[in-house]
Design a protein around this ligand. Structure first.
Ligand code: 5GP
Ligand code: ZN
Length: 396
């Protein structure tokens, strides 16, 4: 048995702008880790271990933690964060984390790690947000789509998803078609500890996953085609899945969440222009919500090996802006939406071309509905009388 806590001095000091990124990745370093904390000044890492961790685990975990730090931090250059909007000073009435009250009132109930059922108040609030997003989509004459919850591993491979975000994938399997196998599973399988006791050999190879994003499905549907139009716009809402390991707490991070997207396809200048128009129109909508937030340049949570290069690329080309809502109870912010430009990445990898033969450029505006509700309730509380009039009236 170990003393369950490891205090590690990183071999390379972690700059403070990287502490959050490194901390979130440490959760994936080893199965014996319960949680990991990086000091705000980056000088120390504290790892909490499971009671089952033995002496031998320590050396391995320390070495892996140092590897992660080296891969993510060595030579990293602080990105220039561009702030496009700052309404963090907007006055809001609440300073309390709404999670406990939501649980007490049955407005939120936890089915499993990162899996929550939402009650009538939160559902109506999300329906109102959705109504506003659909109106925005209508402004762009976006056509509606319904995308599947499963997503093809074959296509995810074509867009390098396994290399960029392996840590957050969630796989789908089924029992191998074998009568003895299925019979054995039926007779012997039960929940045991933290999972099923089934033999891993009884499951099929992975053909599909559960989807981590919405817009990918549209690009996959258009793969290997030459489009008849110079530009297209679509909208869809979909359930998304990102495994967040021990980072799964409250509604801030969910394994299973919902995203509304407005998706643009065309030449680069068209996509960039639509993204900008969308952002400007959203400013008015977020004002109606009364949300305290800022919009700033950001990067996707790439896994350690890809992180430095990809994040720097995204930030150099301003490919991603996030709507970061204030969480007054913690003084932190939470990304509730993003404005994304993928350049011709999907066009090239999926062989989708415009009428002139050039690869499509793509972009999307994406809203995380549960996060938006959570941030709103963190700012306004559960008493609807305290809410902005537009939200109260819009919900009826
Ligand atoms: P993005 O594609 O920018 O990573 O995600 C778009 C939006 O989906 C984010 O701004 C956020 O609101 C939401 N989102 C992403 N990951 C999670 C998550 O783990 N949990 C929740 N609740 N929302 C998420
Ligand atoms: Zn998207």
């Amino acid at each position: 048995m170990t003393d369950l806590v490891l205090e590690i001095t990183p071999g390379i000091p972690i700059p403070s702008f990287m502490t959050g990124e490194v901390q979130s990745k440490l959760a994936y370093v080893d199965e014996q880790i319960v949680s990991a904390k990086v000091a705000p000044d980056g000088s120390q890492i504290i790892i909490y271990l499971k009671p089952t961790a033995v002496e031998d685990d320590q050396a391995r975990i320390i070495a892996r933690v140092q590897d992660v730090v080296a891969l993510m931090v060595k030579g990293v250059i602080q990105p220039k964060v561009q702030i496009l909007e700052d309404y963090q000073d907007r006055p809001v009435p609440s300073k309390v984390d709404p999670m406990q009250e939501l649980l007490d009132k049955g407005e939120v109930s936890m089915e499993g790690r990162g899996i929550y059922t939402l009650g009538p108040l939160v559902t109506r609030l999300i329906d109102y947000f959705e109504k506003c997003f659909v109106e925005l989509a209508d402004f762009f004459s976006a056509v509606p789509y319904r995308f599947p919850t499963l997503i093809s591993a074959k296509y995810l491979d074509r867009v390098n998803y396994f290399r960029a975000f392996p840590h957050s994938l969630s796989f789908v399997t089924h029992l191998r078609e074998d009568l003895d196998n299925i019979d054995h599973f039926a007779q012997s399988t039960h929940w045991e500890g933290d999972g099923l006791n089934a033999n891993p050999d009884s499951f099929s190879r992975i053909e599909n996953l559960i989807s981590p994003a919405v817009c990918y499905h549209w690009y996959f549907a258009l793969a290997d085609q030459k489009l008849k139009s110079d530009h297209l716009v679509a909208t869809a809402v979909g359930t998304c899945f990102r495994y967040e390991s021990s980072n799964l707490t409250t509604l801030e991070r969910l394994w299973n969440f919902t995203m509304r997207e407005i998706i643009f396809i065309g030449h680069g200048d068209y996509v960039l222009e639509q993204r900008e128009i969308g952002r400007q129109r959203m400013t008015k909508i977020l004002e109606e919500f009364g949300l305290a937030y800022r919009v700033e340049s950001a990067n996707d949570p790439f896994f350690v090996g890809e992180f430095r290069k990809q994040a720097a690329f995204q930030s150099a080309f301003q490919l991603k802006y996030e709507i970061r809502a204030s969480l007054p109870f913690s003084g932190k912010t939470l990304a509730v939406g993003s404005y994304n430009y993928h350049q011709d990445f999907f066009g090239r990898n999926l062989n989708i071309n415009l009428p002139d033969g050039s690869p499509i450029h793509t972009g999307c505006i994406a809203f995380g509905l549960e996060r938006l509700a959570y941030a709103f309730l963190s700012q306004y509380g559960l008493d609807i009388k305290q809410w902005p009039a537009a939200v109260r009236e819009g919900m009826q």
